[in-house]
Write a protein that binds this ligand. Sequence first.
Ligand code: IPE
Ligand code: IPE
Ligand code: MG
Length: 248
Amino acid sequence: MMNETGKATRQVPSHVAIIMDGNGRWAQARGLDRSQGHVEGVNTVRRITEVASEMGVKYLTLYAFSMENWNRPKDEVDALMHLIGIAIERETPDLIKNNVRLTMIGDVERMPSEALDRLRGCIARTSHCTGLNLNLALSYSARWEIADAARRIAYDALAGKIDAAEINEATVSSYLTTASMPDPDLLIRTGGDLRISNFLLWQIAYAEIYVTPTYWPDFTKDAFREALAQFGKRERRFGLTGEQIRAI
Ligand code: IPE
Ligand code: IPE
Ligand code: MG
């Protein structure tokens, strides 16, 4: 991309999605309880929200808890839910101050009311914010989301609200939990594992993937800047040839 002066500018992704992995291993490597890793992980969330905001990212979707994570030991799940509630309560004033709007996606009704009420309170109190949209994926599963969308599309077609013959990709996108957001441009996974773990399967069709071995509690502002720098060097071809893309 060129600016008015003809100088190359580095493209900032408008939507960054992150699989925040490695809290448990970070703690275990220090002889601590896995929950301590989650506590430390909250500090990283604050840091990365700040730097994403500073860099002009518009949407930051953080995978905080998957639907499959409900099957972890009860102690760990309880500690995590409690921590989410505490962290949201504590961080809300700073989110407002920094003009960050909170949203969430996932089957959140499964969450305990202590955490859910606080999340809903924060969503209401930040709804006027126009800066970064911090979108938390909680009790989230991409397959659940797609099945849910398919069911609602079928009901709406049966009710005559939409024409089944006209259902296309845009229709499906509009029934997903991310309907109001652009697809992620960049998907980051910390903790080194080369997998998607049921995250945003539809939306990441053309996302650039960046995996770092760094555990989430150790993920710094500079590490985030480096991921964005790497993104800036990628050639996104969307199925075209390099020559075609460079001619655009
Ligand atoms: C990611 O860290 C946070 C959640 C899944 C809630 P993990 O708890 O999965 O950490 P590892 O992968 O076991 O190290
Ligand atoms: C993915 O991490 C989910 C979150 C980061 C919330 P997991 O630790 O649950 O993923 P797997 O089990 O290693 O695939
Ligand atoms: Mg993990």
